[in-house]
Design a protein around this ligand. Structure first.
Ligand SMILES: Cc1cc2nc3c(=O)[nH]c(=O)nc-3n(C[C@H](O)[C@H](O)[C@H](O)COP(=O)(O)O)c2cc1C
Length: 198
């Protein structure tokens, strides 16, 4: 099954074909080479002042740390994410060594994750990001200090089209992907002196 993005101009297949499945192959294991490639893709993302504020807590299915990270997920995510080969907690270092805030750390970490996701797509892997997790619990469980902000948990694995999912997740798995039209993304380039409704 494909859920190719419907676009008004061609975009690269790595972007058009990517989507976030919930059906993962629970027998698939994430190899070291695969994992290294994902982390390399993230490592080479751009960041403000090349600060590279992203950190990743990598857990593979079967490891004790995987169970501890899994336990922080919202129940709706626990319904499917345990079958993925790895769960990775993406963390942003939102303050520097002197405690000064790093205003772009979350943005930069998102860019690093986007690069990781695209590399996964290129390598035949599927990724599903989750904001539905208990950030405070993850912070406490893994001893993250105040400079480290948990951002997202990333499920990575091989998609399994035959995986059994409870409703409504099964229906979502086959539903078409949708997006706002480009026109909704564009802000009018008004000046402050231009009346809004002239
Ligand atoms: C920051 C972030 C948080 C998300 N949180 C969840 C989540 O907790 N549970 C879930 O099932 N999907 C989650 N998603 C997946 C989105 O719902 C999904 O990317 C979106 O619906 C678009 O679908 P697509 O990725 O298949 O194009 C999250 C995605 C992102 C980027």
């Amino acid at each position: 099954m494909r859920k190719t993005a419907s676009t008004t101009a061609p975009v690269h297949p790595l972007l058009a074909e990517r989507w976030s499945p919930r059906g993962f192959d629970q027998a698939h294991e994430l190899g070291d080479d695969n994992l290294t490639a994902l982390l390399e893709a993230a490592r080479w993302a751009p960041s403000a002042q090349n600060s590279q504020p992203w950190r990743f807590l990598v857990t593979r299915r079967g490891e004790p740390a995987h169970g501890r990270l899994f336990a922080t997920l919202a129940s709706g995510n626990q319904a499917w994410a345990g079958a993925a080969s790895a769960l990775i907690l993406a963390v942003a270092r939102t303050a520097d060594d002197d405690g000064r805030p790093r205003p772009w750390a979350l943005y930069d970490t998102g860019q690093a994750v986007a690069a990781l996701v695209t590399q996964a797509q290129a390598d035949g892997l599927a990724v599903h990001q989750m904001g539905g997790f208990d950030s405070a619990a993850a912070r406490a469980e893994f001893g993250l200090d105040d400079t480290l902000t948990p951002v997202v948990v990333i499920a990575i694995g091989r998609r399994d089209a035959a995986a059994e999912l409870p409703e409504p997740l099964a229906a979502r798995e086959t539903a078409p992907r949708t997006r706002h039209p480009i026109s909704d993304l564009l802000l009018p380039a008004r000046t402050a002196r231009t009346p809004a409704a002239a």
